[in-house]
Design a protein around this ligand. Sequence first.
Ligand code: FES
Ligand SMILES: [Fe+2]
Length: 435
Amino acid sequence: MIRYQSHSSATLSGKEIGLLYEGTRVHSRAYTDSTVYEIEMERIFSRGWLYIGHTSEVATPGDFRVRKMGRQPVIMIRGRDDAVRVFMNRCRHRGAAVCEVESGNTKFLRCWYHGWIYDTVGKLVEVTQREAYGPEFNQDAMGLTPATRVEIYRGFVFASLATTGPTLREHLGNAAAMIDLMVEASPIGELAVDAGAHKTVYRGNWKLVGMDGYHPNFVHASVIAAWQRKQDSGMGATHRDDPFDDKAASRTRDLGNGHAMLDLTAQRLAHYEVYTKFLRSVPGGPEYMEAMQKRYGEERAKLLIALAGDPHVGVFPNMQLINNQIRIMNPVAPDETEVIMFPVRLGGVSDAMNAVRIRQHESFYGPAGAGSPDDAEIFERAQRGMMAQVDGWIDLSRGLNREEREPDGSIVGRITDEVPQRGQFKRWREMVSAD
Ligand code: FES
Ligand SMILES: [Fe+2]
C-alpha cells in the first residue's frame, strides 16, 4: 500500500494513480493532484465515450454547437447532407479555433486568423490567396478533423478520440435502458433539447458531481423542509415521504462501466395516484396519459409516467440525466469544473406540461434555484477540506456490507449507500491504470 503522508508534487504513473482507489476508500489526491488530472484527460476524456450533445440541438442543416471533449474544443454540426458530425474546433492551417460562437446556423465556418473557409460537412472549400501554395498542397485532405469515432444512441451524440475500444452500446451497457426512460417519457419517443441551457462553474473536482443519495437531507435540508410543508406533487412526486431516508424503498445502483443511478422507481410508483391526479389537472395531462398507454402499453406506461423522464443516472464520465435535464460536466482543472444543464422538452406533449416541467427544473436547478447552488457550495467545501492530506483518505465504505448483486451484474444498495461512488471509482481506476 502506498502511504500518502503529505502534499506531494511527485509525478505518479497511471498505475500508481489507480492505487489511489482501494475499493472502500480513495485518496484526496485523486481530486487535488494535477498529475491525476492530466492522466484523466489522456485516459478517460481522450479515450472513452463522451456525451457531446443531442441531435435536436442541431435540428436543421447548418446548425452547430461548440462543445468540449475534456479540454479539447469540438463542434457538433449538422451537415448539408443532414448527417450530424463532430469535428475538432481547430483550423487545419495554424490551429486557430474556427468557431468562436457557441451556437448558430451557418453555411460556412470561416477561420478568423487567415480566412480559410470550411463547409458544414467539414470540407475546406476556400484557401485565401491560394496561389501561394504549390501543387503538393492537397486541399481535399485539409478538411476539419473529425472526432475519431461518433455514435448516436436515440438522439444522444457521443464521441471518442480512440480508434479502438468498446462500441458505444458496449460502453453504455445497462445505462442504455436508463436513457430510454427519459426518451420514452415522450409519447412519440422524442426529446427536444431546445429550451436553453445554463452553466455553473465551481472550484472543485469533476468527480464530486456524483450520484449521492446520502446528502439531500443535509445539503438541501431547507428546500426539502419547504416541500414537505407544501406536499405538492411535483413532476414524479420525487420528494414525498423522504425518498432519501436510509429506510426508503429507493435504491442506489452501480450499473457497471462507471454508470450509476439513484433509483427512485419504488417511491414514485407508490405515489402514482397522487402524481397522476396532479398531472390530470395540467392542460394536456389526460391526453398525455392516454397517448403513453397507447404507445407503450399499460404497465410500461405506468412506470414511464411515474418516473416522469427522470432516470437519475450518471453516464460515466461526463453526462447525467437528472430530473428534467441533460447535464454535461467539463473538467477545467483539478479544482475547477463547468456544469452545463439543458432542460429538455418532451415531444408530443402540451406546451402547458412542458412549461410545468421547465418551471420545476428552474426551481431546483436554475441559477436562482433552491438546489444547485447548495451543491456547488458543498463541492467547494469538499475541495477545500481535501487540501488537508496528512491523513487524506476518503471513506467510501457505506453500505458495503448490505449491497447485493442483481442477475444483470449490477449492484444495488440502499439510497444512502455509497454504491454509486464505488461503481464510478471502479471504472475510473480501470481507465487511469490502463497504459
Ligand atoms: S489559422 Fe485558420 S486560416 Fe490560418
Ligand atoms: Fe444535491
